[in-house]
Each structure stands twice: as structure tokens, then as C-alpha cells.
Write a protein that binds this ligand. Structure first.
Ligand SMILES: [Zn+2]
Length: 84
């Protein structure tokens, strides 16, 4: 067994992993890391692809996650909008 000693941080949207190449933290998600049997690679996709605009992509991803959460909240009680 290899021990995974990946630097990671917890954000409001979940876990972010540090890319060992660019040292940036990215969401532990298939959008940002290639997954090998569900385990993110040590390099982010940006480093594999040398993608210059990946920071913009992350910003959009974060916005999307926030929007999804907001949508999930409002869908939760569609007929109970502060009736009290
Ligand atoms: Zn990277």
C-alpha cells in the first residue's frame, strides 16, 4: 500500500487537493484532476494540459457549485417561502 500524503484543505464546497506540480489547490473533482479508479492524480488537469485559463475555469466551477447549492435550497421548500 502506498500512503497518500496529499496536502488538502477543506473549503465551504468540499475538499481541495494540492497539485504537486503547480502547488495550487483545486477541487478534488473530475473537472480538475484526472481520476484513476476514483483517486485523483497528483497533478491537476491544468498541468497535464498546460491550460492557462484553468483559474478562470475554477472560478466558474465555484460559482456553479454555489448556484447548485442555492437552487437545492430553494427547491427544498418551494411552497414554504417565509410563510411564518
Ligand atoms: Zn497543477
Amino acid at each position: 500500500m502506498t500512503k497518500l500524503r496529499r496536502a488538502s484543505i477543506e473549503t465551504e464546497l468540499g475538499t481541495e487537493l494540492q497539485c504537486t506540480q503547480c502547488k495550487e489547490f483545486w477541487p478534488a473533482d473530475g473537472d480538475f484532476f484526472f481520476l484513476s479508479r476514483g483517486i485523483p492524480h497528483s497533478w491537476c488537469k491544468a498541468c497535464y494540459q498546460n491550460h492557462p485559463k484553468v483559474a478562470e475555469r475554477k472560478r466558474r466551477w465555484v460559482e456553479k457549485q454555489r448556484a447548485n447549492r442555492a437552487a437545492a435550497k430553494t427547491d427544498d421548500h418551494p411552497n414554504q417561502r417565509d410563510g411564518a
